[in-house]
Ligand binder design. Structure first.
Ligand SMILES: [Zn+2]
Length: 186
């Protein structure tokens, strides 16, 4: 599978996308299938990889940067490279486990979620070739989390009622407070 390794270096100072935050309606849309794997898609994938590593994050779905298409980029732990999954789907899942997930669109909050433990992802790579990846632990979670983004589903929808109540209150309080600047004083 062609890796996107080295892109972050090649991109250098290339601009990054801004990551959409909870409350942005684009995060609630169901994304459309990718019909053309072309240069335009490759370019946005490159910028998404840089955006993901800058964040830093282990995965980033297209709607998180305002593109309502079904793909996400991720850091593959095995090959230590960035990859893209286009028109991805989970074709097999088994087991169940609890995991605390983070989300770049809802920063600084952990979401404790029960999901299938083992999943098999089927997707197309940047050349349009089909690939399958079996994953559990961090990668298994990340695949399911990113796929949710393509359906307009957020981590907050997956937690239990009690957790959701606490998180909603926290988010509401956060809205009332001016966020810390990126370059705080010492
Ligand atoms: Zn997320």
């Amino acid at each position: 599978m062609p890796s996107l390794d080295g892109l972050a270096g090649i991109l250098g100072d290339m601009t990054t996308f801004s990551i959409r935050q909870i409350g942005d309606p684009v995060l609630r849309e169901r994304s459309d299938d990718v019909t053309d794997i072309d240069g335009a898609l490759a370019s946005s994938v490159e910028v998404m990889v840089k955006t993901m590593y800058d964040a830093p994050g282990g995965g980033l779905a297209a709607p998180q940067v305002g593109i309502t298409k079904r793909y996400f980029v991720f850091h593959d732990d095995d090959s230590e490279t960035a990859l893209v999954a286009i028109n991805p789907e989970i074709v097999e899942e088994r087991g169940e486990c609890e995991w605390t997930e983070g989300c770049l669109s809802i920063p600084d909050i952990g979401f404790t979620i029960v999901r299938p433990e083992f999943v098999t992802l089927r997707a197309l790579d940047i050349d349009g070739n089909e690939f399958f990846m079996e994953a559990d632990d961090y990668m298994g979670r990340m695949f399911q989390h990113e796929l949710d983004h393509l359906d307009g589903v957020l981590a907050i929808d997956r937690v239990d009622k009690e957790q959701r109540k606490h998180i909603m209150r926290l988010l509401h309080e956060r809205e009332l407070v001016t966020p810390a600047p990126a370059n705080p004083f010492g």
